[in-house]
Design a protein around this ligand. Structure first.
Ligand code: SF4
Length: 454
């Protein structure tokens, strides 16, 4: 591949000023992390990076396929580039990411969006130099959605932050939850070798990064396809051994593979943040079965109880889908019951969105949209009441907070505590951004905490 990198660099080198690329990523953290790796590949070939789309000679939309409206938005943006392409025929327009991995997207683009020069799928990131070379030398439409399975390649990411970094540990998903398109566009689970992950984290630590987010569609089934398998808990322990002043987070675990060993490891490892995002989706076993989640509400609560047996105030967050096809109010009440029992610090909730190509999309749905939005309102109201009380447990405590920006409140900085809770503090010194500070909590709201830097 380095050969194509050199060839592209040679072509680009002929232009007076280094050409600029504009890469915009939609969707989940894994896709954003892929976007950073795409920028890494392009920079190695001589592209500069711009956030001004009008000055770019290469535009790439790194797409998301999780919901239909995400796709429509991309088609809208690509449509808007038609005129720009007519003005600048040398402009290269590319699509990648989950939406680009779908054959229906390729056909639609080929027939309707002729301004697009390049499509590459979720398994073809490292093929980008070859694909770009083909576009630059032939000026013909180039597409690659093959499942390339060469061994791991070290790709230097151009990261959007100098203190928080995402490190993918695996790609793909074998779970086939009935509402989810990810397994169809990201393929089967493939774990990166631990040595490569540890090398990447060590380099980030040496560069002074303060927070490492380990990424995977289902991190706790890490390692199954490795020649010398290790599980996720073992990987966490090894990363915890790396020297440096950084903390570890991970996204997303799946309750069906969540073990007491993993929970114990979170508590044993000083660098692992004391927070777990554990997607529930529904509290009804009937609905969980239809979702093909392969755990029950009881199994889910066993995980919660084990974590809370180690720390009654242990921070949990979750994902919830409201209004799955044919969900009844009784099913919904079972979800509400778990929400009241667990006392999450935050929930990420969505009204079910039909996704063509998934099993759930074929299910008839008698549940009315009116009921679904009524239940969503009830869920959010319940959660507001819970977090109003639950956040009070932090009053008077001192938390470790990584400040990551200015608050919308004048003179305040904002960050996240190890418990993954928003914390704001009065501070005019912006150099604090990117640093972890101790904050004494003085106020608790239902969405954030407030305190003094000590
Ligand atoms: S675990 Fe389920 S919801 Fe998550 S990516 Fe895999 S199939 Fe989708």
């Amino acid at each position: 591949m380095s050969n194509y990198k050199e060839k592209v660099a040679e072509i680009l080198g002929r232009s007076e000023a280094p050409p600029l690329c504009f890469v915009h990523s939609f969707g989940c953290q894994q896709n954003v992390s892929d976007g950073e790796r795409i920028l890494g590949i392009l920079s190695e070939m001589g592209y500069g990076v711009t956030s001004d789309i009008n000055s770019a000679s290469l535009i790439i939309y790194n797409t998301c396929a999780v919901r239909e409206n995400a796709e429509n938005r991309v088609y809208g943006l690509v449509g808007e580039l038609k005129h720009m392409k007519e003005q600048r025929p040398d402009l290269i327009i590319g699509l990648c990411g989950c939406m680009a991995q779908e054959e229906k997207t390729v056909q639609k683009v080929k027939s309707t969006y002729k301004q697009v020069d390049l499509i590459f799928g979720t398994h073809a990131l490292s093929e980008l130099p070859r694909l770009l070379y083909d576009v630059l030398t032939t000026r013909k439409f180039v597409c690659d959605t093959e499942e390339h399975s060469e061994p791991e390649k070290e790709i230097n990411a151009v990261r959007s932050s100098s203190f928080k970094a995402s490190v993918p540990i695996m790609y793909g998903c074998d779970n086939f939850c009935s509402y989810c398109i990810v397994p169809y566009v990201r393929g089967r689970e493939k774990s990166r070798v631990p040595e490569a992950i540890i090398r990447e984290v060590r380099e980030l630590s040496e560069k002074g990064y303060k927070e490492i987010m380990l990424l995977g569609q289902n991190v706790n089934s890490y390692g199954k396809n490795l020649d010398r398998p290790i599980n996720f808990a073992e990987l966490l322990r090894r990363i915890n051994e790396i020297k440096g002043d950084f903390k570890i987070r991970f996204m997303s675990p799946h309750p069906k593979d969540c073990t007491n060993e993993l929970i114990d490891t979170i508590f044993e490892c000083d660098k692992v943040c004391k927070h777990l995002h554990l997607p529930l989706q529904s509290g009804s076993d009937e609905i969980l079965k239809k979702m093909n989640r392969r755990y029950t509400a009881e199994k889910y609560m066993e995980i919660v109880d084990h974590a809370r047996s180690k720390d009654p105030g242990f921070s949990l967050t979750t994902d919830i889908i409201v209004g799955f096809p044919n969900e009844t109010y009784d099913d919904f009440l079972k979800t509400l019951e778990i929400v009241k029992k667990v006392k999450y610090d935050n929930i990420y909730s969505f009204i079910y969105s039909k996704r063509t190509g998934t099993k759930a999309a074929e299910m008839t749905d008698m549940t009315s949209d009116e009921d679904k939005s009524k239940w969503m309102t009830e869920l959010l109201q319940t959660q507001r009441e819970i977090s109003t009380e639950h956040y009070k447990r932090f009053l008077g405590r001192t938390l470790d907070v990584l400040f990551d920006g200015e608050s919308r409140h004048e003179g305040m900085l904002s960050g996240k505590s190890d418990e993954f809770i928003i914390v704001e503090a009065p501070c005019s010194d912006k150099s604090i951004i990117g640093q972890r500070k101790k904050v004494k909590i003085t106020k608790a709201y239902n969405w954030a905490l407030c305190g003094e830097i000590v």
